[in-house]
Design a protein around this ligand. Structure first.
Ligand SMILES: Nc1ncnc2c1ncn2[C@@H]1O[C@H](COP(=O)(O)OP(=O)(O)OP(=O)(O)O)[C@@H](O)[C@H]1O
Ligand SMILES: [Mg+2]
Length: 342
C-alpha cells in the first residue's frame, strides 16, 4: 500500500492516533487527535496530552516496551475517558517508536455505569419486594390460628378483620406491580370520558377514609366544583390516591394535608400540600423514577412505584405532575395538571 494511501487512512480515523519516538517527541498526530488537543509540531507526548513538564509516571519508555499495552485514561484536559492502546513500531533504521491509539469511550462508560446502577436498583427492589410480601404473612398466620382455635367470638372477629386488611394491602402491592409492568411496556389503555374533578376527588376521599383516619392529620379540601377533565376515571382515582396516600404516609399525626382543586392558566390543577417530612433538593429530581424512594431506610416508604405510575398516567392524559419542597422537615407539595375538557 502506498504511503499516501496509508496517510489517507490515518487521516480518516475517528480514533485519535499518534506516533512518538524514543525521546517522546511527536512524529505524527492524526487530525482526529489534533482536533481535540490542538497543534502538535515540536511537542512531546506528555506535554501535548497531559500538560506535563516530565515523562508521565509509570511510562515504561520504549527500550523495555515489549510491544503492546492497553489501559483506560481519564484526561483532565478534556474531561473524557479513553481506551488507550500502545503498539511498538520498529522503524526501517532500527529505531523504535510508539504508536498510540485513543478511543473516546466516555459515553460507553456512562451507559455501563447506568446499567450497573439500574441492576443494583433492581436487586435492592427484589429484596424490598420480598420483604414487603413477607411482612403480612405473620399477622395472617396468627389470625388463621385464632380463627381455627374457635374460641372467643370477639377475638375471631378481630382476627378476620386483620385477614381482610392484610389481604387488601397485599392486593394493592401486587396491583401496583402489575401496573408498573404494564406502564413500562407501554400497554396501558385509557378509557377517557368527561369527568368532574370534584366528584373524582370525593370518591378518592371516600375510599381512603380508613387511611385518613389512621394518619390522624387535619385534612382540608378546597374544590372548585365544576371543573371537567377528559380522563379515565379509574386511572385518575389511582393518581390522586397515590398522591394523597403519600401525603398521609409522610406526615406525622397532628400535621396538615390540604387538597385544592382549581383552574390555573387554563388548566385544571389538583394541589396536595402537606406539612410532613419534606424532600431535600438532591432527592427531588429522582422521586418519580420507578423503584426510587427518597429515604430507603424510612419504614413508611413502600416500593417506590406510586409516583412513577402516577406521573406516567398523568402524562398519558396529556398532563403532568410536579413536586416542590423547601427541604427535609418542611413539607411537600405535589401538583397534578390536566387539560380542561372542552
Ligand atoms: N408527600 C411526600 N412527602 C415526603 N416524601 C415523599 C412524599 N411523596 C413521596 N415522597 C418520597 O418519594 C418517594 C417515592 O414515592 P412513591 O410514591 O413513588 O413510593 P412509595 O410511597 O415509597 O411506595 P409506593 O407508592 O410504591 O407504595 C417516597 O418513598 C418518599 O421518599
Ligand atoms: Mg407512594
Amino acid at each position: 500500500m502506498s504511503e499516501s494511501r496509508l496517510a489517507n487512512i490515518l487521516d480518516a480515523m475517528v480514533d485519535g492516533v499518534y506516533v512518538a519516538n524514543q525521546r517522546h517527541e511527536l512524529e505524527y498526530v492524526n487530525p482526529a487527535l489534533a482536533r481535540v488537543f490542538g497543534p502538535w509540531q515540536g511537542r512531546k507526548c506528555y506535554e501535548y496530552l497531559e500538560d506535563r513538564a516530565d515523562v508521565c509516571p509509570g511510562c515504561p519508555g520504549l527500550d523495555s516496551f515489549d510491544g503492546a499495552r492497553r489501559w483506560e485514561w481519564a484526561s483532565r484536559k478534556t474531561g473524557r475517558v479513553y481506551d488507550v492502546v500502545d503498539s511498538l513500531v520498529i522503524n526501517p533504521d532500527g529505531t523504535r517508536s510508539k504508536l498510540e491509539i485513543l478511543r473516546d469511550i466516555t459515553e460507553l462508560k456512562r451507559e455501563q455505569e447506568q446499567a450497573a446502577d439500574e441492576a443494583r436498583r433492581k436487586d435492592a427492589f427484589v429484596a424490598l419486594l420480598a420483604h414487603e410480601l413477607r411482612t403480612p404473612l405473620t399477622p395472617l398466620l396468627h389470625a388463621a390460628q385464632v380463627i381455627a382455635g374457635g374460641g372467643d367470638r370477639e377475638l375471631a372477629d378481630a382476627a378476620s378483620q386483620i385477614v381482610v386488611q392484610q389481604v387488601r394491602h397485599m392486593s394493592r402491592l401486587i396491583d401496583d406491580l402489575l401496573d408498573a409492568s404494564r406502564v413500562t411496556r407501554g400497554v396501558v389503555i385509557l378509557r377517557r370520558e368527561p369527568v368532574r374533578l370534584g366528584l373524582v376527588l370525593e370518591s378518592v376521599l371516600k375510599s381512603n377514609e380508613p387511611t385518613i383516619a389512621d394518619a390522624d392529620v387535619k385534612l382540608e379540601v378546597i374544590s372548585e366544583g365544576d371543573i371537567v377533565v377528559e380522563a379515565d376515571p379509574v386511572r385518575l382515582c389511582q393518581i390522586l390516591s397515590n398522591l394523597l396516600g403519600n401525603a398521609l404516609k409522610f406526615t406525622d399525626p397532628g400535621g396538615l394535608v390540604r387538597i385544592e382543586v382549581a383552574r390555573q392558566r387554563g388548566e385544571a390543577v389538583v394541589r396536595i400540600t402537606d406539612t410532613g417530612v419534606g424532600i431535600s433538593r438532591e432527592e427531588l429530581p429522582r422521586i418519580f423514577e420507578m423503584f426510587v424512594r427518597a429515604r430507603p431506610d424510612d419504614t413508611r416508604g413502600g416500593l417506590g412505584i406510586g409516583l412513577a405510575l402516577a406521573r406516567t398516567l398523568a402524562r398519558l392524559h396529556g398532563g403532568e405532575i410536579r413536586a416542590h419542597s423547601a427541604g427535609r422537615g418542611r413539607g411537600s407539595t405535589f401538583e397534578l395538571e390536566l387539560p380542561i375538557h372542552g
